[in-house]
Design a protein around this ligand. Structure first.
Ligand SMILES: [Cu+2]
Length: 155
């Protein structure tokens, strides 16, 4: 984790209000009499995974590396498929279960978008053509977003 160090400034009154982790991107929030708060941020990127690409029982790309906070859009380009996390953290096809949709396999040309905020590897599979770790499977590798405090000053 990042370490923020305040330089010995002439001011005696400043209060760090909090260190908030929002959407995988850390934001340093500071308050001072004439406060300046700066933290590195980045826009989230949007990636695409084609479901049933080229008429095959595959996800394309099968392994996708992103950074925390990025979004992945799954698009069914043909076939009876769905997308289920090995750890059951999502079940999606025509939308996602628990979010107004259905994770049941479907031939419709559905698409949905997930945001991945937690670093780690998330395997997924199609319940019509696979199971966790075999058959029609894919993986999202979520890398952490490093936090670096670019500047900090207190008046
Ligand atoms: Cu399938």
């Amino acid at each position: 984790m990042a370490t923020a160090t305040a330089s010995n400034d002439k001011s005696t009154a400043f209060r760090a209000v909090g260190l908030a982790l929002v959407g995988g991107i850390a934001a340093l929030v500071a308050s001072a009499q004439t406060g300046i708060a700066k933290a590195e941020t980045r826009p989230s990127a949007l990636y695409t995974v084609l479901v049933g690409a080229r008429g095959e029982l595959i996800y394309e790309p099968p392994v996708l590396t992103i950074r925390a906070g990025d979004r992945v859009r799954f698009i069914n380009v043909g076939g009876f498929h769905n997308v289920i996390a090995d750890d059951n953290s999502f079940r999606c096809a025509n939308g996602c279960e628990g979010d107004g949709g259905s994770g049941a396999p479907s031939n419709a040309f559905w698409s949905f978008t997930l945001t991945f905020n937690t670093p780690g590897k998330i395997g997924y599979y199609c319940s019509a053509h696979g199971s966790p770790g075999s058959g029609m499977i894919g993986e999202i590798q979520v890398e952490p977003v490093s936090v670096s405090l670019q500047s900090f000053s207190v008046d």
